[in-house]
Design a protein around this ligand. Structure first.
Ligand code: IDP
Ligand code: MG
Length: 137
């Protein structure tokens, strides 16, 4: 097992449903330590840059619009196998396919409003953590 960091975002639907506490508690119960935490509203430029990997995808503009539609909660999580562990806790991108007991199964409504973002690799986690928490180094 290796100690890693990953980035999580509670998306606008998760925040508006009062799911912040539940979602952060799931991370802590899974022994992911919250080493950075910010509540903020993404600017369009920030959302475009953060999701730049998806800029050629048909859903890119809708994704940017959605992520700037309300307040989000960004956290840096640290623990053994943090990247994969967080992806397991999150569940599948499409909530209809998310396994029972996952965040997306329990809170997400649609593939757009799917409650959480999570880094998909150690490499991307480093980039994403730097984007929101340059102070974490
Ligand atoms: P992930 O969030 O599970 O890592 P990605 O494929 O990285 O999924 O996509 C980023 C986000 O873009 C998803 O969380 C979802 O909100 C949105 N998205 C992905 N695929 C689609 C789609 O086919 N239609 C609409 N939105 C999508
Ligand atoms: Mg992704």
């Amino acid at each position: 097992m290796s100690k890693e960091r990953t980035l999580s975002i509670i998306k606008p639907d998760g925040v508006s449903k009062n799911a912040i506490g539940d979602i952060l508690a799931r991370f802590e119960k899974a022994r992911l330590k919250i080493v950075g935490l910010k509540m903020l509203n993404l600017s369009e430029a920030q959302a475009r840059e953060f999701y730049a990997v998806h800029k050629e995808r048909p859903f890119y503009n809708d994704l940017v619009k959605y992520m700037t539609s309300g307040t989000v909660v960004v956290s840096a999580l640290e623990g053994d196998n943090a990247v994969i562990k967080n992806r397991e806790i999150m569940g599948a991108t499409d909530p209809k396919k998310a396994a029972a007991g996952t965040i997306r199964h329990d809170w997400a409504e649609s593939i757009d409003a799917n409650a959480v973002h999570g880094s998909d690799s150690i490499e991307n986690a480093k980039i994403e953590i730097k984007f929101f928490f340059p102070e974490l180094g």
